[in-house]
Each structure stands twice: as structure tokens, then as C-alpha cells.
Design a protein around this ligand. Structure first.
Ligand code: HEC
Ligand code: HEC
Length: 331
């Protein structure tokens, strides 16, 4: 029989191990668009049903656009508003309109210009072969989210599953034909504007500030313009902790004894190299989600193998610092 002392040691070891495993499993909520950690046992959020009717039927406008749209038109899953047709090449049907019922138009979430928002992804300027491969990974359920509350990742998977190879190719070529240009401003700060979570984004309310802590708060410069009007010319500001850029730079450039130099594969300026996707200037929330999902094994596509040793020893703070720096490397 084990002594009382041994039993206590074993019990303590179990508690400590459980604690560590749990801590490592809980996704940083800010990167997934939530305020608190995900309660254990939360089921995967389903793909949302039909869109709710939109009571506000007034026509909305944006400066520099000759078109006007109602709110229902702006968020139409099968042909959302295209405010500035002159800003982008002609969209292939799958991007502009999708394919009912399963394939929602890419332009709804990623915008016609592919800039995207923190809760989805910037998809313009991605290498063609990477775009196609990652769509195959979505189709094969190899790009799952670590936060079961994040329903739109499941929507993305569902969309990919409804697409033909030709449609994937057309979308890859369309978005790949547009260069990535500045879209997210990075500001080191001890505070961030007070925000509320809304559909995976954090929206500013008034002018109040709150302590930032160990988070990145990426918020639209014009909350209403982004949330309601989906203005594809209105970008974002990412508030990042003071000192994060320097720490991120060290990790990216040297590996800091914890990881592999990113430039080897992503290019010295992080603008991508061959089929390897670019990181420079992309949404920091998105970048952290992907690193976390890869570390957890929830993103496990065919090429993700190359990223495994890169993320294996990164802490949540390391990922935050890396993302802050990568986003600040504006092309
Ligand atoms: C309902 C919103 C929504 C629509 C519509 C949508 N996506 Fe997405 N997409 C997402 C989300 C959310 C992610 C990121 C998932 C995550 O972070 O877990 C994503 C990610 C992607 C990525 C990965 C980008 C990268 O850097 O790896 C590609 C490629 C993509 N989408 C292509 C498309 C295409 C093509 C369409 C249209 C056929 C489309 N999406 C329509 C929500 C959407
Ligand atoms: C050995 C090559 C290699 C190195 C080194 C490397 N990466 Fe990657 N990275 C890749 C490949 C390949 C992919 C595409 C993975 C996939 O398709 O799932 C990728 C994807 C990513 C993504 C997801 C991009 C997207 O659009 O979804 C992030 C974020 C990322 N890498 C960050 C980093 C960071 C940060 C470093 C350095 C600390 C780094 N990588 C080092 C090869 C590498």
C-alpha cells in the first residue's frame, strides 16, 4: 500500500497536470471574438439557419459610391452589396453570388476586395496553390476552430464543401490577382477603446478606454460602417501591448530559442514565398487563431506539418507578440 505522503504527491501531480492541460487547451478568447474563456463542454455552434428578416428597409449610402442598398441587400448571402465595383476586377459568380443554398458569396464576409475582417480572414494576395490547398483542407474537415462558439468557421467549412474544383480555382485566381495593401494599423498601448463583442468582432462604444492587458483588440475604425454597412474601404486598428512588437520581432527573426525563423519559409519580409502564405499586415486575431489551432491539432491540413515544430513551444503570449509584429510589417 502507498503511504499517505505518496498518495498526496500523486494527487497533487494529477491536479497540476490537469491544470496545465486545461490552460493549454483554452483558446485566448479575444482572438476568437469572445470576452470570456469557453466553458468546457460547449458544443460546436451549428451553421446558422435562414437570415432573420431585416425591419430597417431604408436605403443606405457610403461616400464615393453611386449605389444605395438596404440592410437586407448589404448582407444578402447570395449577392451582397458591391459598393465600389471600380475597386476590384470583375468577380466570378461564386465570389459575387455564391451558389444556393450551401455556398454563400465569398464577398459577403471577405468583401469584394478580399480584405476581410478579424473574424474571418484576408484572402486577397494569397498564393494560388495555397488557396486551393487550404480550401481542400476545409473540405476535409482539417481546418476546425478551437473555440466551439465560433460558428463562422463552420460556415466556411460548409461553403468549401459545396464548391466544385472549378469554383475554387476561380475564387483563388480572383482573390490572388489583388495585392494585399495596408488595412490594419497597429498601435502599442496600455489601454484600448472599450468594446463590445458582436458577431466575432469587437466594436467600439463611445470614447471610453479600458486596460488592454495581455490581449490584442482589433476594432473597426468606423464601427457602424463596418458592422452595418460592410464598408470595404474602412479598415481596422489593432491595439497591442506595449513592448509586444520588439518581442515579436525577436521571435520572428531569430526564433528566440523557441521556434524557427519565419523568414525561411514566409520570406524575410513575411510577404510569402512561393506557395507559403504571407503574414505581413494580416489580421493579428486571425494569425493567433491559426497558430493556436495548429498547435492544438485542430488545423491539420496537408501542409500544416511544416508549421508543427514552429508552434509546438509557443505560449499564448508568444503568439500574440508574433502577430503584433507581423501585422505591423505592412507591405
Ligand atoms: C460566413 C462568412 C464567410 C463566407 C461567406 C466565406 N468565408 Fe472564407 N472564411 C470565413 C472564416 C470565418 C474564415 C477563417 C476561419 C477561422 O479563422 O477559423 C475563412 C477563411 C477563408 C480562407 C483561408 C484564408 C487563409 O489565409 O488561409 C479562404 C481561402 C477562404 N475563407 C475562402 C473563401 C471563399 C472562396 C469563399 C466563397 C466561396 C468564402 N471564403 C466565403 C468566413 C467566410
Ligand atoms: C518550414 C517552413 C515554415 C516555417 C519555418 C514557418 N512557416 Fe508558417 N507556414 C508554413 C506553411 C507551409 C504554411 C501553410 C500551412 C497550411 O497550409 O496549413 C504556413 C502557415 C502559417 C500560418 C497560417 C497562415 C494563413 O494564412 O492561414 C501562420 C499564421 C504562420 N504560418 C506563422 C508562422 C510564423 C509566425 C513562423 C515563425 C515563427 C512560421 N510560420 C514559420 C511554413 C512555415
Amino acid at each position: 500500500m502507498k503511504s499517505k505522503f505518496e498518495m498526496i504527491v500523486i494527487a497533487l501531480a494529477l491536479i497540476v497536470t490537469a491544470g496545465v492541460v486545461m490552460a493549454a487547451d483554452v483558446p485566448p478568447p479575444w482572438a476568437y471574438g469572445f470576452v470570456g474563456p469557453v466553458p468546457s463542454g460547449t458544443p460546436q455552434a451549428p451553421v446558422p439557419g435562414p437570415a432573420a428578416p431585416q425591419p430597417d428597409t431604408s436605403l443606405k449610402s457610403l461616400p464615393g459610391s453611386s449605389s444605395q442598398f438596404t440592410r437586407a441587400q448589404i448582407s444578402n448571402r447570395y449577392g451582397p452589396a458591391d459598393w465600389y465595383p471600380g475597386d476590384h476586377p470583375q468577380m466570378p459568380p461564386v465570389v459575387a453570388k455564391g451558389k444556393e443554398p450551401q455556398v454563400w458569396a465569398c464577398s459577403l464576409c471577405h468583401y469584394p476586395n478580399g480584405k476581410g475582417r478579424p473574424e474571418n480572414a484576408g484572402v486577397s494576395g494569397l498564393p494560388n496553390s495555397y488557396f486551393i490547398q487550404t480550401m481542400k483542407d476545409f473540405q476535409a474537415d482539417n481546418r476546425k476552430t478551437s473555440d466551439p462558439r465560433k460558428a463562422n468557421t463552420n460556415v466556411m467549412t460548409n461553403i468549401a464543401k459545396g464548391m466544385s474544383d472549378d469554383e475554387i480555382k476561380a475564387a483563388a485566381e480572383y482573390f490572388g490577382s489583388m495585392k494585399w495593401t495596408p488595412w490594419i494599423k497597429v498601435v502599442e498601448s496600455a489601454t484600448a477603446p472599450k468594446t463590445r463583442p458582436a458577431g466575432g468582432m469587437f466594436l467600439m462604444e463611445g470614447t471610453e478606454k479600458e486596460p488592454l492587458g495581455a490581449r490584442i483588440i482589433e476594432t473597426p475604425d468606423d464601427a457602424e460602417g463596418t458592422e452595418i454597412l460592410r464598408n470595404p474601404r474602412s479598415g481596422f486598428t489593432a491595439y497591442v501591448p506595449v513592448g509586444s512588437l520588439k518581442k515579436g520581432e525577436a521571435l520572428v527573426k531569430t526564433g528566440a530559442g523557441k521556434t524557427v525563423q519565419c523568414g525561411v519559409c514566409h520570406g524575410a519580409d513575411l510577404r510569402g514565398m512561393g506557395p507559403v502564405p504571407p503574414l505581413a499586415g494580416r489580421s493579428p486575431s486571425y494569425l493567433v487563431r491559426q497558430m493556436f489551432d495548429m498547435k492544438q491539432g485542430n488545423r491539420k491540413g496537408q501542409w500544416t506539418e511544416l508549421m508543427k515544430p514552429v508552434v509546438a513551444n509557443l505560449s499564448d503570449d508568444d503568439m500574440l507578440n508574433i502577430a503584433a509584429y507581423s501585422t505591423s510589417m505592412m507591405p
